[in-house]
Structures are given as structure tokens and as C-alpha cells.
Design a protein around this ligand. Structure first.
Ligand SMILES: O=C(CO)[C@H](O)[C@H](O)COP(=O)(O)O
Length: 148
């Protein structure tokens, strides 16, 4: 599976860690930056590029990172076709896929250890959307609004 990933300075270490671990695990990882640590950088350009790539790449999933993950989730959700969920534990990551068919997970690099962050991301990537009718119906209602 291809995984698109992006961060600002605040989760740069987590992004580097995730890229390395996911590649070891056999994922194809596309890194949309930041490509160097710059404490003054701004997350929207990195996150929006990543979110656009996820939408354009059928079957791919995305990971967006920042200090809290809040702004990153907000920015990603501005891109048509994105369903980005903020996850600070594995249960939220699993539910984001099972109930929301989220195609992007947002994490805060300041919110958990590197290993916990990896577990959250792996749970997100490893969980399928079962497509239960009630969840699909609700997702369709969101899409309908988005496309109006
Ligand atoms: O999480 C974020 C946005 O939601 C940013 O990563 C965070 O606001 C960056 O903070 P600072 O510039 O103080 O390092």
C-alpha cells in the first residue's frame, strides 16, 4: 500500500521515524515534507500537498503530523474528497477506518511517544472499512454536502 505523509517542524522526528518504520514494513511511502527541520515552517502547504496526493491516488492512505495534529486535520479536510480523523490512540485510529472510512489520519507529535505514534498509524493502515450500510449512508451525506 502507498502511504502519503507530511509534517511541519513540530512532528519532524515522528515523521522521520514513521517513514523509516513503514518502509521497513514494506509500505511505499511518499514524503511530502517537511524535508528538513525548520522551527519556523508552516504546516498548511505540506499538509495540503499530501492531502491532494491521497485523493489523486486511489487506494492510498495519508498521515499528517504536527504538534497537536489539530491544524493538520483541519487543513487536510479542506481538500475535496478527504476524510481526515485526528487520532491520539489506537481505538480512535481503528474507528476512523471502521466507521468513517477516513483516508487520512492526523497525529500530534507532542502527544505520544514515537512507538505509540507508530502503533496508532499501523492500526489506521491495517484496518479496513467494512462498508456497513449505516456508516456508508452517513459518509454519503457528507459527500453530498461537499459536492453541492
Ligand atoms: O499542531 C500544530 C497545528 O495544529 C502545529 O504543529 C503547532 O501549532 C506548531 O507550534 P509551534 O509553532 O509553537 O511549534
Amino acid at each position: 500500500m502507498r502511504v502519503h505523509i507530511a509534517t511541519d517542524h513540530a512532528a519532524f522526528e515522528l515523521k522521520e521515524y514513521l517513514v523509516s518504520r513503514l518502509k521497513e514494513d514494506g509500505f511505499e511511502v511518499v514524503d511530502h515534507g517537511a524535508h528538513a527541520y525548520d522551527p519556523e515552517d508552516d504546516y498548511p502547504p505540506f499538509i495540503i500537498a499530501c492531502a491532494e496526493a491521497v485523493v489523486a491516488d486511489e487506494g492510498a492512505l495519508g498521515v499528517v503530523l504536527g504538534g497537536s495534529g489539530n491544524g493538520e486535520q483541519i487543513a487536510a479536510n479542506k481538500v475535496r474528497g478527504v476524510r481526515a480523523a485526528l487520532a491520539c490512540n489506537v481505538d480512535l485510529a481503528r474507528l476512523a477506518r471502521e466507521h468513517n472510512n477516513a483516508n487520512i489520519v492526523a497525529l500530534g507529535g507532542r502527544m505520544q511517544s514515537l512507538e505509540e505514534g507508530y502503533d496508532i498509524v499501523r492500526t489506521f493502515l491495517d484496518t479496513d472499512f467494512p462498508g456497513e450500510a449505516r456508516h456508508q449512508r452517513r459518509i454519503d451525506l457528507i459527500s453530498e454536502y461537499e459536492n453541492r
